[in-house]
Design a protein around this ligand. Structure first.
Ligand code: ADP
Length: 454
């Protein structure tokens, strides 16, 4: 079943609601107007009768003043004797056949076949046991005319109002839901064109939509980053893997073509092995990098003793550890991923061994400084030229590939920087050519509570 549009549904709902409200209001107004009309009729009947009472007198005979009105504004006034004989005035046709008992001061409705009337009587005493009755009669239908007029007005105005309301509402709903159309169009464009760089532009929009669009755009950003990382990974990896692969293929082809001596063959095998190992390391590093780039999920953040972790790593350096000079503040606790922090420290140590002075000393220090935690690795190597100090953090950048001993591919420091960022920290480098380099990890010194919290 085709789903009806939300705009149509909204419009239909509130139009229905408007009709309902109009009906309720109309009923209410009619009820009030009817009661007001009745009250007005009764008031004017009472007033006319009392005005006429001032003009009527019974002495020897009945005297009626000139201000007496037998018929005015739909009100008949009749004069009756004490014995209830009609003395003056004209009875409406509809009441001719009725005999209504007199009741002083009481107005009451009387129903006849030709219409409904209000009747009110007033007793005017004259002398000690004589007097006259005044009877006022008026038709109730006067209120009905007002009601009919009201109904006609409502019959014309209400549908017009409802129509206007429905149209206005339709435009408002359409305007309010325009961001949805824009989102839909962008999503469709992304889907068709596979252009993940597209973003939804809303301009001024209600809060609900801005936050939805904000989330949608952030999701697109993540997707784009993931796809971009994937693409870069493929391109960098294929580029970097091609070199050792060409060496392996070349060596194999040479070995097949030419009759190699046992020694040469041994050399070929060693080359293939070395290049194969290089490829394996590279693939491993590339995979780690991509995982890091894709975000923080998969991390195992825990409260850990960075001092103990650093000491443990230094102990594991084997014979190389004899060149290490440690200055580690004990009990430094941080919140972090044990594996990643170990990898960061190991990379810095590896570089210090690789690029430091042969058999030179390496200083590793951990402590608190200027409100942050600092872990530094300093070597006595040749240092890094100022113009290269920015570049060494880029992936695949090597100041001098021959110096990495064919082991690295320029990924180590890029990874180190990324791990620092994941831990809300940063890396810094101080290096003077010929004097050595100091790589420092800066981490926020979180309070003990923040570190331990789950
Ligand atoms: P790799 O060591 O695999 O080449 P890295 O990303 O670890 O890759 O380092 C990038 C480059 O930075 C290295 O090729 C080297 O030129 C330079 N570098 C890194 N550490 C040092 C250091 N301690 N001293 C001098 N140069 C260094």
């Amino acid at each position: 079943m085709k789903k009806s549009s939300i705009k149509l549904r909204l419009t239909m709902w509130y139009t229905l609601l408007m009709l309902l409200m109009a009906a309720v209001t109309l009923t209410f107004v009619m009820a009030i107007s009817s009661s007001v009309a009745n009250q007005t009729t009764l008031d004017s009947l009472d007033r006319t009768l009392r005005e006429n009472a001032l003009q009527a007198e019974l002495e020897e005979e009945l005297k009626i003043g000139s201000g007496f009105s037998f018929y005015r504004s739909g009100i008949y006034t009749l004069v009756y004797s004490k014995s209830q004989a009609l003395l003056a005035g004209q009875l409406p046709q509809a009441l001719m056949s009725l005999s209504l008992p007199f009741e002083n001061g009481l107005s009451r409705p009387v129903e006849t076949e030709q219409g409904d009337y209000y009747v009110m009587d007033l007793w005017l005493p004259c002398g000690w046991d004589d007097g006259i009755w005044l009877r006022g009669i008026t038709e109730i239908s006067q209120g009905a005319e007002t009601r009919a007029n009201l109904l006609i007005a409502a019959g014309v105005a209400l549908p017009l109002f409802v129509l206007l309301g429905a149209l206005g509402g339709w435009f408002i709903v359409r305007r309010a839901l325009r961001p949805l159309d824009s989102m839909n169009a962008t999503a469709a464009a992304i889907n068709e064109g596979r252009d993940l760089s597209a973003r939804i532009e809303l301009g001024e929009a209600p809060e609900e939509f801005s936050s939805l669009v904000g989330n949608f755009n952030r999701m697109l950003e993540r997707l784009e980053r993931a796809f971009e990382a994937e693409r870069r990974f493929t391109s960098d990896a294929s580029h970097e893997l091609r070199t050792p692969l060409s060496v392996i293929l070349g060596a194999c082809e040479y070995s097949q073509k030419f009759d190699e001596t046992g020694e040469e063959r041994e050399e070929t095998i060693q080359t293939v092995h070395r290049q194969g190992k290089k490829m394996a390391v590279l693939i491993d590093q590339l995979l780690q990098m991509t995982r890091l780039e894709q975000g923080t999920e998969g991390l195992r953040m825990e409260a850990l003793d960075l001092s103990a972790l650093t000491e443990e790593l230094c102990r594991e350096q084997g014979e190389k550890s004899e060149y290490l000079k440690l200055d580690i503040l004990p009990g430094v606790r941080v919140r972090g991923d044990r594996l990643l922090l170990s990898r960061l420290i190991q990379n810095l140590l590896d570089n210090a061994y690789k690029y430091g002075k042969p058999q030179g000393r390496i200083w590793l220090s951990l402590g608190r400084d200027e409100g942050e935690l600092r872990l530094s690795v300093r070597d006595e190597g040749e240092g890094i030229a100022p113009e290269q100090q920015e570049k060494i953090w880029q992936r695949f950048y090597q100041a001098d590939p021959s110096r990495s001993g064919g082991q690295g591919a320029g990924l180590g420091l890029a990874m180190v920087e990324q791990i620092a960022r994941i831990h809300n920290g940063r890396m810094s480098l101080e290096s003077r050519p010929g004097e050595g380099s100091t790589f420092t990890l800066h981490l926020p010194d979180a309070g003990a509570e923040d570190v331990e919290k789950i």
